[in-house]
Design a protein around this ligand. Structure first.
Ligand code: FE2
Length: 195
């Protein structure tokens, strides 16, 4: 086996173990989520993740290797942190709890995006087109999941900013003279999006 192929197999083994752990973790995240869209996003990503496990097995077979996992300590750590977040979320305001769940989930997505990007680069270097195509497919789904989590977090964050400002009372004082209809904190969070 070439050195690059060895590197690829190593990445795939790590990813197989990572994805398998997520299949167990995502239902707990869905259960802990308050916002219906967040719950739905976790449930949808669970179905996708089950597909990712199968797709990695297909990648192994495309390169003629046996699908074997290798303990992914990073994902074990991220999942452990996620469980901690779920426990802490139970004590929090629903919006705050949802934002902390999103933060934990996006750490996971970014880890996967990084790992799939590396694996695809190695597959392309080896000229393994089918393998690269399969990895691209999953990478796209991880990126979409990450994007969706950001989209869900934006309005929750803005609402939380209003809450932190003290809600209605502040809205009235802020509007005076400037014609502004939103609180400074809301406008700040609008501005800071994607920055
Ligand atoms: Fe995945």
């Amino acid at each position: 086996m070439t050195q690059i192929k060895e590197l690829l197999i190593d990445q795939l083994q790590d990813l197989l173990h990572a994805e398998t752990q997520l299949v167990d973790a995502l239902p707990k995240m869905a259960q802990a989520a308050h916002h219906p869209k967040l719950k739905e996003a976790f449930e949808k990503h669970l179905v996708q993740t089950q597909g990712h496990v199968e797709r990695i097995k297909a990648v192994f077979s495309a390169v003629g290797e046996k699908a074997e996992p290798k303990p992914c300590k990073a994902m074990m750590g991220l999942v452990a942190e996620g469980e901690e977040t779920i426990q802490e979320a139970a004590e929090k305001d629903p919006m705050s709890a949802d934002l902390s769940l999103i933060a934990a989930a996006q750490r996971v997505e970014h880890y996967e995006i990084s790992a799939y990007g590396t694996a695809r680069t190695l597959a392309r270097q080896l000229g393994e087109a089918e393998c690269a195509r399969l990895l691209s497919h999953t990478l796209g789904e991880e990126e979409s999941a990450d994007f969706l989590l950001t989209a869900i977090s934006d309005p929750i964050l803005q609402q939380l900013a209003l809450d932190d400002m003290g809600g209605d009372t502040n809205l009235e004082t802020v509007g005076a003279g400037s014609g502004a209809r939103t609180s400074p904190s809301l406008r700040r969070s609008n501005k800071s999006q994607k920055s």
